[in-house]
Design a protein around this ligand. Sequence first.
Ligand SMILES: *Cc1c(COP(=O)(O)O)cnc(C)c1O
Length: 407
Amino acid sequence: MEQETNPTRDVFLPFRADLRGQSPYGAPQLDVPVRLNVNENPYSPSSDLCEAISASVTAAIKDLNRYPDRDFSKLRCDLSDYLAEESGVRIAPDLIWAANGSNEIMMHILQAFAGPQRVVASFLPSYSMYPEYTRDSFSTWVAGTRKPDFSLDFDEIRRVLDVHHPSVVFLASPNNPTGTALSEAELREILELTRESGPLASDGATRDNAVTRDTDVCVTDDDGVPARRTATIVVVDEAYAEFRREGVPSALELLDRYEHLIVTRTMSKAFGAAGLRLGYMAAAKSIIEQIMLVRLPYHLSAITQAAASAALTNRSALMEQVAQIRADRDSLACSLQEMGFEIAPSDANFVFFGKIANRHQTWQDLLNEGVLIREVGPDGWLRVSVGTPAEKERFLSALHKAYVDHM
Ligand SMILES: *Cc1c(COP(=O)(O)O)cnc(C)c1O
């Protein structure tokens, strides 16, 4: 009996070499009094909203023995109504797709349009998850740069498109961690530049996923080699769109003119429902159809669908709160400027501020005062989410103590 082997002793697990040494996504989830690090809505749902969600979920539970509506028709109608009210653009429900957070939306997009031998690009600083989705879809990551003021550099965009021919480009607007938004002119310019900057049709791309049309015939050069390039899909990540300032457009307004545009949104930020895990996107029918090929069956639980629909149809108080958070954001930005910091103009529910000589020490000093913010993006900058007025006061006084008094 002493000879009995430990069943795990002598095996080698087939760990993927490309994951060696990597660590899982990790905004620290620390239990401190003031958490201003992941851009959540600081207010819990109202009791009216809680009741509406409970009633909707209770009704859904009665059918829990059945698989959920795979195509979440009611939720898509509710999202369509919401977008029409929020942005003034009416998107048909069948041009809307939803998943468990916009994280899953991004994975769906890359599973459908990226993959081995294909390139996914973005321009940094931007959302730190884009390279992870790229890796997880076995695609190749290319990071371009932005100008020092975090705006897009079109020479750099042209270079990345010409050299790498990405099949997907991610552009967060308002951007995370900077808070800066794209103008309509910038959006249009990118959408024009990307009409034929994707992989060659001969690399296995087809122009249409479903039916073959006459227009599918590839343009060929003299050698009969397909010469035409596909478009680069432009994903405008509008996770923070509800916080944009007056006059800043949503890319939703351009959807009917650009078939290679995808606009993503989430209920995690303005909607105060990060715990729900509901992200969604709007795009052309052909894109939605392609994504339906790669999603896992029944990916959106009946509970999620019921809770999300109830939150959407009981949104009025929430939308007033967003207006308040926007005003609080502007006042937080002012306070930081008055303290002598540089700030990136923010259309989001956070402010990116600098330049800080030793940002890690400042971050740690704030944490020692019970205030957790985010150390992210270029060195010398920190990101703080808009909290309640009381949280803002604690943050500002901790920052004074940690940094300004030492300047
Ligand atoms: C927070 C955030 C998201 C939201 O992700 P969810 O999966 O919907 O919670 C998406 N994009 C950006 C840029 C974000 O900052």
